[in-house]
Design a protein around this ligand. Structure first.
Ligand code: PA5
Length: 436
């Protein structure tokens, strides 16, 4: 039995066994093509076997550099956008204390802050203010090495660091993670003598969490990356069978496909743990960029419950019926609290005495699932044993593989992102970049 568990029993009567069965031949063929050596997909599927087949030397180098950063820096600035930062942020948020940014004693390493994921002058100025009088290291992550947001932020932060530490001193605190075969960042990194990490050519940005792109900042935050890879390895094994009905990852992809054909064109990833907010952001990017092509694909959204049950919950219950939800249910919380009896009971809450807050959270979840399913919003549930590094590794692998399979079931290439280029070309033309 796998580390994660998929529960399809709340999909209403919209996902029948026969409908899933009808997708079996397609799933078989996708499985075969994904796993085939020397197949056309090999160019993009370096992530598929990554949990078993990663560069062990580079992995040790990641741990060494993380340990250096942990010893000489109060802040690590992670510069990157999209797939080059969301996975790391998802892991760091999910696995750290909720207030680690405010209280040093609540974190297990430097404070990780993020830059290069927007073009806001206010945000970047404020990053500069925060790092002004603190010792920092910087990890710039960009597979192409030429994305405008991180490149601009890096130029400004590099100047700041060179003024502060001198060119050599700065070089000892700057770590680059990029495709080591080409790109402007690679050239710059070689010229300046930065410590460089590789994003393998056959792994796209949004599938790169378990490469140095994610692992260096994650390890710097004090998270056990051995355990994370172990969880991913477990998922590799759990989801390696071609048999649809024995493979939850394929069942998830197939169930989404069935729902889409019944006009459920929006999927909302639901969590009941605020620390999973950025997991939702990572997931949206993975699925949105992989599937949204040729005027096709499920629109990925995310919510944090119970918070959003008091806002967007109304729409999910009662708005246009084109939604289904995928609920992440964390079985055992990191911490729990018991409700005590209050003699006066002025707030009328004694009916909850002796119950745990997590029990109440889970009851809210069961209630929301029932209400939404009754209202015509099918729910798929992914049960996660606990929010720890191993489960995180498993979740990443589960969703990555399901995304690739799902993309192929929709008949799109889940590894390119042609649409992202359109706005860039317009912007470069307006800004006067040569050649646009
Ligand atoms: O998943 C993707 O391919 C994209 O979201 C990229 O990660 C994002 O555009 C950043 O690109 P790069 O890593 O080349 O800077």
């Amino acid at each position: 039995m796998g580390m994660l568990k998929l529960d399809l029993t709340h999909a209403g009567d919209l996902v029948s066994e026969q409908e899933l069965e009808s997708l079996k031949p397609q799933v078989d063929s996708v499985h075969y093509n994904l796993h085939k050596d020397n197949g056309p997909e090999n160019e993009h599927t370096g992530w598929l076997d990554l949990p078993n087949n990663y560069d062990k030397e580079e992995f040790e180098k990641i741990k060494e550099c993380a340990s250096k950063i942990r010893s000489d820096s109060e802040i690590l600035v992670l510069v990157g956008v999209g797939g080059s930062y969301l996975g790391a942020r998802a892991a760091i948020d999910a696995l750290s204390h909720s207030f680690s940014h405010l209280d040093k004693s609540k974190r297990n390493g430097p404070w990780i802050i993020y830059a290069g994921n927007s073009m806001s002058s206010t945000y970047l100025s404020e990053v500069m203010e925060i790092i002004e009088n603190r010792d920092i290291s910087l990890n710039v992550v960009s597979k192409s090495g030429s994305t405008t947001e991180p490149a601009l932020a890096f130029r400004m932060l590099r100047t700041h660091m060179e003024e502060k530490y001198g060119e050599r001193g700065a070089a000892e605190r700057i770590y680059t993670t990029t495709d080591t075969n080409h790109g402007a960042l690679k050239k710059l990194s070689d010229r300046k003598g930065y410590t460089a990490f590789d994003i393998p050519s056959n792994i796209g940005g949004r599938y790169s969490v378990l490469t140095a792109a994610g692992l260096l900042p994650i390890a710097t935050a004090g998270i056990d990356i051995d355990s994370m890879m172990k969880g991913a390895r477990q998922a590799f094994a759990d989801y390696s069978t071609p048999d649809l009905f024995s493979n939850d990852c394929y069942l998830y992809a197939a169930a989404r496909n069935v729902l889409y054909k019944k006009s459920k064109t929006t999927e909302i990833l639901v969590n009941y743990e605020p620390n999973l907010h950025y997991f939702g952001e990572w997931w949206k990017q993975l699925y949105g960029e992989s599937e949204g092509k040729g005027q096709n694909g499920i629109f990925p959204a995310s919510v944090n419950f119970t918070t959003d049950l008091h806002s967007i919950g109304q729409y999910i219950q009662d708005g246009i019926r084109n939604i289904f939800e995928t609920v992440l249910c964390v079985e055992t919380p990191k911490k729990n609290l018991n409700i005590e009896t209050d003699e006066e009971d002025l707030d009328g809450l004694n009916f909850l005495s002796d119950k745990s807050l997590d029990y109440i959270n889970k009851t809210a979840m069961i209630s929301a699932i029932k209400a939404h399913v009754d209202g015509g919003t099918p729910n798929l549930i992914v049960e996660v044993p606990a929010l720890d590094a191993a489960s995180f590794g498993s979740l990443v692998y589960f969703f990555e593989k399901a995304c690739a399979v799902s993309g192929y079931l929709f008949g799109v290439n889940p590894f390119d992102q042609p649409g992202v280029e359109k706005f860039k070309n317009n912007m470069f033309r307006l800004l006067g970049k040569p050649g646009y």
